[in-house]
Design a protein around this ligand. Structure first.
Ligand code: ZN
Length: 132
């Protein structure tokens, strides 16, 4: 989840905690943005559940030519993180040289500045750091 500093003030820190969504019928765990229905059984009864914030890199890419909002951060790593709860999330992996990242690296979630908005507002979101 990514929110601006203005939204952060309005919504408060709980909105920025890492969470997934779980189907009330079959228990399938999904990423937080799968909000409409369970993609396993089709139920619309789904509940947000907190994630512990730890997992491992299942695959990753190194971005050398970022979109405009992320200029100046390159090169940076974007990983597919398999959370310990089993759900797969895409997220930046920071504070590590790209050549030191590999499949299987243990990571943990951390709240960081994500980007600058077009009107100078600052967006925050979940990134991951190596869990040593
Ligand atoms: Zn289900």
């Amino acid at each position: 989840m990514t929110v601006s500093a203005i939204e952060f003030t309005r919504l408060g820190p709980p909105k920025l905690r890492l969470h997934g969504q779980q189907c009330d019928s079959c228990g399938t765990l999904m990423p937080w943005w799968e909000t409409k229905y369970c993609y396993s059984c089709g139920s619309r009864e789904i509940t947000p559940v907190p994630l512990e914030g730890k997992g491992e890199i299942s695959n990753y890419t190194v971005v050398y030519y970022p979109p405009r909002d992320f200029l100046g951060q390159e090169p940076y790593v974007v990983g597919h993180i398999t959370m310990d709860e089993g759900v797969l999330l895409p997220a930046p992996v920071v504070d590590v040289a790209p050549e030191e990242v590999e499949v299987g690296t243990r990571v943990k979630a951390t709240l960081r500045r994500m980007k600058l908005g077009h009107e100078g507002d600052i967006y925050y979101g979940q990134k991951f750091v190596v869990d040593s």
